[in-house]
Design a protein around this ligand. Structure first.
Ligand code: CUA
Length: 179
């Protein structure tokens, strides 16, 4: 019935459906572009699980818990142990404009690691190594705190990144109670 004009419709897609398909594809393309910009141009990273370690033993071996080490020109690395209820090291000292790769793991329960005034914020799972990189381009003190409730003294779990001006840079070592 009504041959001719109306059969056209059955051959194509309903205009409403077609428009929504275009919108869906547009949203996917927009997300892809925005994620690419965030990741490649703005350097926004998602914390990645770097590798696994044995939660019973990893904290006993270097470089875990030691002061930040210079690994290149303006490049530092630090391996933080997050445990009930403190961070090792409790203080990370680096010169201004350094890029620090921060590795964190826990030997006991789940913790969090967030550095205030930065976008460094990681979940710390026992036996998994979380990793983020950050460039500190302003001198000052940046407290880091545990963001995951981990027990009675959770609120006492914190440390400080000390970003010092070049020249005022303290010598390596002499970091208190090294054995
Ligand atoms: Cu560790 Cu809260």
């Amino acid at each position: 019935m009504n041959e001719g004009g109306a059969t056209k419709k059955t051959m194509g897609v309903d205009p409403y459906e077609r428009n929504w398909m275009y919108i869906s594809i547009g949203v996917i393309v927009a997300f892809f572009v925005l994620i690419s910009i965030a990741g490649l141009a703005l350097g926004i990273q998602v914390p990645t699980e770097e590798r696994r370690v044995d939660p019973r033993t990893f904290a006993d071996s270097a470089p875990w818990g030691e002061p930040a080490q210079e690994v290149g020109d303006g490049e530092y690395e630090v391996y933080v142990v997050a445990r009930t209820f403190y961070f090792e090291p409790a203080s990370i000292e680096i010169p201004v404009d350094s890029t620090v790769t921060i590795y964190v793991s826990s030997p006991d329960v789940q913790h969090g690691f967030r550095i205030q005034d930065t976008n460094v914020n990681m979940q710390i799972v026992p036996g998994e190594v979380s990793k983020l990189k950050y460039t500190f381009d302003r001198p000052g003190e940046y407290p880091y705190i545990c963001t995951e409730y981990c027990g009675l003294a959770h609120a006492a779990m914190f440390g400080t990144v000390k970003v010092v001006e070049e020249g005022a840079d303290a010598e390596e070592g002499e970091e208190g109670e090294d054995e």
